[in-house]
Design a protein around this ligand. Sequence first.
Ligand SMILES: C[C@](O)(CO)[C@H](O)COP(=O)(O)OP(=O)(O)OC[C@H]1O[C@@H](n2ccc(N)nc2=O)[C@H](O)[C@@H]1O
Ligand SMILES: Nc1ncnc2c1ncn2[C@@H]1O[C@H](COP(=O)(O)OP(=O)(O)OP(=O)(O)O)[C@@H](O)[C@H]1O
Length: 318
Amino acid sequence: MRSYTLIAPAKINLYLEIISDRTDGYHELAMILQSIGLADEINVQSLSNQMIRVNCNHPQVPTDQSNLAYRAAELMATQFPQALAEYGGVEITINKHIPVAAGLAGGSTNAAAVLVGIDLLWNLGLTKSELEELGATLGSDVPFCVAGGTVIATGRGEQLSPLPNLDTIYIVLAKYRSLEVSTAWAYKTYRQEFGSSYLRDTENLAARAAAVHSAPIVKGILNKDIGEIAQKLHNDLERVVLPAYPQVSQLRELFSAQQGVLATMMSGSGPTVFALVESEEQAQAVKLQIRAAVPDEDLELFVTQTVIHGIQVTSSMG
Ligand SMILES: C[C@](O)(CO)[C@H](O)COP(=O)(O)OP(=O)(O)OC[C@H]1O[C@@H](n2ccc(N)nc2=O)[C@H](O)[C@@H]1O
Ligand SMILES: Nc1ncnc2c1ncn2[C@@H]1O[C@H](COP(=O)(O)OP(=O)(O)OP(=O)(O)O)[C@@H](O)[C@H]1O
């Protein structure tokens, strides 16, 4: 049986600005998304029947149709019924390293890997932009997960403009295992609390989305100036998540007080907090210091770094 193994990186949001609500229930965003080294490993293998099966080593991750990776395979089967009949169904095995419900796009990157893997299994020859378009029907973060690297994302997060690759930046991530934040709740609460300040003029709205291309953080990225990038990190969702989740605020404060930390921010809708750190040695030292301050085993800590790729194939068989 043919199979492919793929690396599916997590993401952090270097910038997340909520520009407006939309009639479809989503929000118009201006974001900068960044792939990181922390990644899941996904194996996709052909089956002799036409079924979709999902296995995962993480107890919190469902293996039925509610798994985004399952839904990605279902989408491919619906879009390409002839390929399903010719090559058979798919068994998906997820080796989870990315914390679940963390604001790190864990499910989205798994779905992106399944799209890329099935394209290969079924010899479909889809382009990256075709895969991204399919991904957008599964979730707003999926197209970015297919693309990877450093990207400006607008619309509901699915319209991508790549930025030049960054030099490696070291990152420490902190997440309480038992803490989950619903993305839908975060956006809904933001809309309730701050919606009255949204722009309503559609022309201005487009201009505001376009303005992210010349935002100071983008200049920092173009100049490869980590100091400027660190200074301009931003996430509007912190305005609703930090007051509701004091543990997330505490992590922000703890990180800010560490030597070597250039800046700290919550990723996406949280609750993961990340810190940009000057060097790998300092990142390891910051991790140790946070661990000493919070000996609670519920707190997961990771040292990782920015990466310049999205989904990558690491091996194939058959
Ligand atoms: C928070 C982020 O992770 C930042 O990158 C994304 O904006 C969320 O991406 P995601 O999890 O792929 O989001 P989706 O699965 O498309 O949507 C989950 C829920 O988040 C809200 N949502 C999401 C994206 C967006 N632009 N506006 C929204 O209001 C909607 O209530 C939606 O029902
Ligand atoms: N393949 C998957 N991996 C992890 N969680 C999944 C997966 N498929 C479905 N889920 C469900 O989705 C929920 C959100 O998990 P996920 O790890 O994708 O969140 P996230 O990192 O906050 O995503 P995002 O940053 O895109 O909002 C979990 O509670 C889990 O039950």
